[in-house]
Design a binder for this molecule. Structure first.
Ligand code: NCD
Ligand code: ZN
Length: 333
């Protein structure tokens, strides 16, 4: 049977939630990954070192005995000053900026009015070498939100050339082009945006389980994402944006977020194999992230074998991407 060993796979954008949901999803990520960047959009969001340390402890306890490193982030606030950030630095890998109200639990984010007035915090982050992760969407027409936000990315990138800016979950050709223009811009790409377009969400029967922010775009956008991910380009890394919501909330109320954590590696290997790019897979799922974030992950080998894997219909009450479908690769535990 064909086998592939992946060295320390990393998920550089992950939602683990809290309480019962955390207990269900944290062990699943820990089975596949050596570490993950943990998003801070809890209710209320993680904005203090105390809350961050306590959240990290809850994650570690939910993970149990599996080797897995939660790489913590704070929820961006414009009133973080130099001294606060200096103290915070040893507990965090990055700070995540959300435009207010643009996605799940982002109400306390930055308003569009304040978006160009963040200089002091950005200066401090540059000096302390704390990367800035950004949910890059405007409040415009849903298909244009990311493209509109590119103007803001350009301002951030040119005004703060020493600030590492990570364009989270990019979905457009335009973002891929922008990434190449500024040395200090990097990006995460999800699994689902490499597989689907808006057609899969709303072209036939509405599929709420594929609905997420930013929404999947056009075929040419997906092609651009595939090109940059499959080529092993050093500016992009895997970030699942796995964002679990209970099944009834996805189906009754259309919460945004695709749950991919337990099937992501299997589907990524399948994709890279299909496009004859397996030699670049390790760059996309580990090496590039290590360079961008300048860190060494814990050592952990994950073995994938080529045998059919029937994706469960649910994990707890969360429906994964590819539920009840077969993938061509499985993880050997
Ligand atoms: C995420 C969530 O549910 O927390 N939802 C999503 O659609 N991606 C938030 C986010 O990353 O935008
Ligand atoms: Zn996210």
């Amino acid at each position: 049977m064909k086998k592939i060993v992946l060295k320390s796979p990393l998920d550089m954008h992950l939602h683990l939630r809290d309480n019962e949901m955390l207990e269900v999803v944290a062990p699943l990520s820990a089975k596949s990954f050596a570490g993950a960047i943990i998003m801070p959009n809890l209710v209320p969001p993680i904005t203090s070192i105390k809350d961050l340390i306590e959240y990290k402890e809850r994650i570690t306890s939910a993970v149990g005995s599996e080797k897995f490193e939660p790489l913590m982030t704070l929820f961006f606030k414009s009133d973080y000053n130099y001294n606060f950030l200096k103290d915070a630095k040893r507990y965090i890998k990055a700070i995540k900026l959300y435009p207010s109200g643009i996605t799940t639990n982002s109400e306390d984010g930055v308003s569009s009015m304040d978006m160009e007035d963040l200089g002091e915090t950005f200066e401090a982050m540059s000096e302390l070498e704390i990367p800035l992760c950004v949910h890059g969407e405007s409040d415009g027409f849903v298909m244009d939100r990311e493209a509109e936000f590119c103007l803001i990315y350009e301002k951030f990138a040119s005004k703060f050339p020493k600030l590492k800016i990570i364009m989270e979950h990019i979905t457009t050709k335009k973002s891929v082009e922008l990434l190449k223009k500024y040395e200090n811009l990097y990006a995460t790409i999800t699994l689902h945006h490499l597989y689907i377009t808006l057609d899969d969400v709303a072209g036939g029967m509405l599929n709420p389980h594929l609905f997420c922010k930013p929404i999947a775009k056009r075929p040419e956008d997906k092609e651009a994402l595939l090109e940059v991910a499959l080529s092993g380009n050093e500016k992009v890394m895997f970030g699942s944006d796995s964002a679990p919501h209970p099944q009834y909330q996805k189906e009754c109320c259309g919460c945004a977020g695709v749950f991919t954590a337990p099937i992501a590696l299997q589907a990524l290997v399948q994709l890279f194999e299909k496009y004859n790019s397996l030699e670049n897979l390790e760059k996309f799922i580990s090496i590039n992230a290590q360079k961008i974030y300048a860190f060494k992950p814990i050592e952990k080998d994950i073995v994938l074998v080529k045998r059919n894997f029937l994706v469960p219909s649910s994990y707890g009450d969360v429906v994964p991407m590819f539920a009840n479908e077969e993938l061509e690769w499985d993880i050997e535990y």
